[in-house]
Design a protein around this ligand. Structure first.
Ligand code: UTP
Length: 226
């Protein structure tokens, strides 16, 4: 039987929270390897602290445009994607996908992708690749447990939402993109995911046992948007 393919968008906050998180990446590799008898994986790397460090450095010297900010972000996702490709060098396709519209079918267990163009985050790359390869589920691994009704850091009444409809989620995140926007799933990607009827699962990559539970069809902590 053909193995199903899962799209996992790996948040930059997990790869490079400050320095590169080697312990996390080592464990992530072992989770993916443990489940590669059951699934193929498309892994999209986020940018993390690298982008912010470069933006800060460049901004101290010159004034950057919104596109400049996005391009620094894109290049940091590419660096992290190369890191992922090298970690999975035995199992992954040799080419890191930089344009999801041009991604080619792959025979290996893993395909790695990075940021594409200004105006969105890697969330859109994940959705575009799901569309391209006719995959119905995208897992968004980041550093939050759930989507909340408001920012839990600012509003003590914010409620965790284990299940959400796209109309409600799109209202929550709005429709405008700003470089470095911190939303559980970016507005541009959300709009397309809604149109395609995708299922997006937002979950915390820490601890990775949570991802293991999901992959093993057990109860997990997170928000399912559909
Ligand atoms: P990320 O997808 O990593 O976004 O891309 P993020 O929301 O900052 O999340 P973390 O860092 O993973 O937690 C980093 C930045 O790269 C640019 C955007 O500016 C984004 O904020 N980017 C990324 C693009 O402009 N286009 C892309 O296709 C991908």
């Amino acid at each position: 039987m053909k193995k199903p393919t899962l799209v996992i968008s790996l948040g930059g906050s997990l790869i490079v929270p400050d320095q590169i998180n080697v312990a996390f990446l080592r464990e992530f590799k072992s989770v993916i390897e443990d489940f590669s008898h059951e699934y193929k994986f498309i892994l999209i790397a986020g940018g993390g602290k690298t982008a912010r460090n470069y933006i800060q450095a460049a901004s101290q010297i010159s004034q950057l445009t919104k596109d400049d900010l996005d391009w620094i972000g894109i290049h940091s996702t590419r660096l992290n994607a190369q890191l992922l490709r090298d970690i999975f060098r035995k199992q992954a396709n040799r080419i890191v996908v930089k344009n999801p519209e041009r991604a080619q079918p792959f025979k290996e267990d893993i395909l790695v992708a990075a940021g594409w163009r200004p105006g969105n985050s890697t969330d859109l790359v994940a959705v575009k690749l799901a569309e391209k390869f006719k995959i119905d589920t995208v897992i968004n691994l980041s550093n939050i447990d759930y989507v909340y009704t408001a920012d839990p850091g600012k509003d003590p009444k914010a409620k965790a939402m284990p299940l959400m409809k796209w109309v409600d989620f799109c209202k929550l995140v709005g429709s405008k993109w700003d470089p470095g926007l911190s939303a559980p799933f970016d507005p541009v990607a959300s709009k397309l995911a809604h149109k395609l009827g995708l299922r997006v699962v937002i979950m915390n990559g820490n601890p990775l046992a949570n991802l293991r539970h999901f992959l093993g069809h057990k109860a997990f902590v997170g928000t399912v948007i559909e």
